[in-house]
Design a protein around this ligand. Structure first.
Ligand SMILES: Cc1cc2nc3c(=O)[nH]c(=O)nc-3n(C[C@H](O)[C@H](O)[C@H](O)COP(=O)(O)OP(=O)(O)OC[C@H]3O[C@@H](n4cnc5c(N)ncnc54)[C@H](O)[C@@H]3O)c2cc1C
Length: 452
């Protein structure tokens, strides 16, 4: 296997695929690194190749994404490094070194340019009982359904503020599962007002709104209660989930999916020193990019939800723009050709950002997040409680200071889960968050040390 490339793309989702497709035919050596064995990203999380699944992910939303995935899979200009995690990203002379870990151990990929299209992840939401077995991020439940064809529970409760819950609940029902309840913490009036305040954007995206309405109708038909203004207070159970306590009483269940929003996966560009901005109401950091999707570090490009959570069509458009931007930067196309080719994806991207702003407003978890108790775990890698972090915050501690004293954020997830919680708790807009450290994903000492 080669270890030197013209371009390494981290992430084989809609954004990474679109970039690779835009660069096809230029004779570049391109590696695409992805933790998943098969390409598709979060939205098209494919079942294992050995599964035969009839009617996988039906619906108009998925059709353009599936078409792109098929074109990407047919590319022979790409070395697909599935089952590999990118754990580090460093500048190296004129180019970059991507440190990756996979079945063969750790590898160092030298590359002239990098595109980070690492997507987003569910916001982790601590509340009393959230570490009991049976509590998932809603996207985690969906990943089981999409990829493993499993519903992880007999009676599932979905709770949060994000409308994606409706789609996930409908997918659980279609897979033969039982959804005990879908609970929106905000009231219906708040959601409707958010849509009406941006009627223009809403009307332009009738298809997306229809998809939500279609899911709602499927849930009605299945007798699934969808309730608004019902906040989650605690997950109950001794050794695993048996019920949830809400502002409207207890509901028996054996699985809970928490769905309060999504945060960008931006650890690698942050590690390389790229400039970021606060991502949105759910928290996290979005990487800043110019009109060609180049970050503040020359040669480091970013696309898709690493730059802000805006949905798969925006990710596809931004990935194509990044591909064109990389070709322009490498002198493979001239400025006029680049500008002409960029017109359509640039407009599509801008349009989708409007819709993303609408979704942010509708799904805003601010004021609706469950309240943790003093003994609730805030950092589950290192078992750090809210009492421990609050004590340091009261002394004026920044995120990094709280991390040093309490170990909040020092465990295997490297703060991916607890950083938004800690920053929300600190509540100071000028806190830059954790200094991002190597490795971005867990790796064994043996892999780092290399073959014996
Ligand atoms: C769990 C989950 C479920 C979602 N489901 C839906 C849905 O049903 N409908 C919808 O409209 N939107 C959904 N979204 C939002 C959706 O992710 C995006 O709209 C779309 O997939 C974004 O495309 P992308 O290319 O930016 O990122 P992604 O599709 O997320 O692709 C990024 C890829 O990068 C890989 N990756 C990340 N970090 C690393 C690393 N360090 N090393 C190696 N590989 C890495 C990931 O494995 C992933 O395959 C979901 C998001 C999440 C987190």
């Amino acid at each position: 296997m080669a270890d030197a490339f013209d371009l390494v793309i981290i992430g084989g989702g809609p954004a990474g695929q679109a970039a690779a497709l835009a660069l096809d035919g230029h004779g570049l050596s391109i590696a695409v690194v992805d933790e998943q064995l098969r390409p598709g990203g979060q939205i098209l999380r494919q079942p294992p190749a050995t599964f035969r699944v009839a009617n996988w992910l039906p619906g108009k939303t998925y059709d353009p994404l599936k078409a792109q995935l098929a074109r990407f899979a047919a590319l022979d200009s790409v070395e697909w490094l599935g089952g590999h995690s990118a754990i580090g990203l460093l500048r190296d002379g004129e180019g970059f070194a991507v440190q990756a870990s996979g079945p063969e151990g750790a590898r160092r990929l030298a590359t002239r340019r990098v595109l980070v299209a690492a997507g987003c992840q569910d916001l982790a939401v601590p509340l009393p009982g959230w570490t009991l077995p049976g509590v998932y991020a809603a996207g985690g439940i969906q990943a089981f359904v999409k990829s493993q064809q499993i519903v992880p529970g007999e009676r599932v409760v979905l709770a949060g503020t994000h409308p994606l819950m409706l789609m996930i609940a409908a997918q659980i029902v279609a897979a033969g599962g039982t959804v005990a309840s879908v609970l929106f913490a905000q009231d219906m009036g708040t959601m409707v007002r958010s849509v009406l305040a941006r009627t223009g954007a809403a009307l332009g995206y009738a298809t997306d709104l229809m998809a939500a309405a279609g899911a709602m109708m499927a849930l009605r038909r299945a007798g699934v209660p969808v309730r608004f203004g019902v906040g989650l207070e605690a997950v109950l159970g001794d050794t695993r989930v048996t019920a949830v306590r809400t502002s409207a009483g207890e509901i028996a269940c054996d699985a809970v999916g928490l769905c309060y929003g999504f945060v960008p996966q931006s650890a690698l560009p942050r590690m390389a020193g790229a400039r970021v901005r606060p991502a949105g109401p759910a928290g996290g950091w979005a990487v800043l990019a110019d009109e060609w999707m180049e970050s503040s570090i020359p040669g480091l490009f970013v696309a898709g939800e690493t730059t802000g959570v805006a949905g798969a069509p925006a990710a596809m458009a931004a990935g194509e723009l990044a591909g064109i931007g990389i070709a322009r930067k490498m002198g493979l196309i001239d400025a006029t050709t680049a500008s002409r080719s960029a017109g359509t994806p640039r407009r599509a991207h801008a349009d989708r950002l409007e819709f993303a702003a609408l979704l942010d407003a509708v799904a805003d978890p601010t004021g609706h997040l469950p309240r943790p108790a003093p003994d609730t775990i805030a950092c589950r890698c290192e078992d750090v409680t809210f009492a421990a972090i609050d004590a340091e915050i009261a002394g004026g501690g920044s995120a990094n200071a709280v991390k040093l004293v309490t170990r909040c954020g020092m465990g295997p997830c490297q703060g991916r889960n607890c950083e938004p919680t800690l920053l929300r708790r600190i509540g100071r807009a000028d806190d830059p968050g954790f200094t991002q450290r190597f490795p971005a994903r867990p790796v064994t000492i043996g892999d780092l040390a290399g073959p014996a």
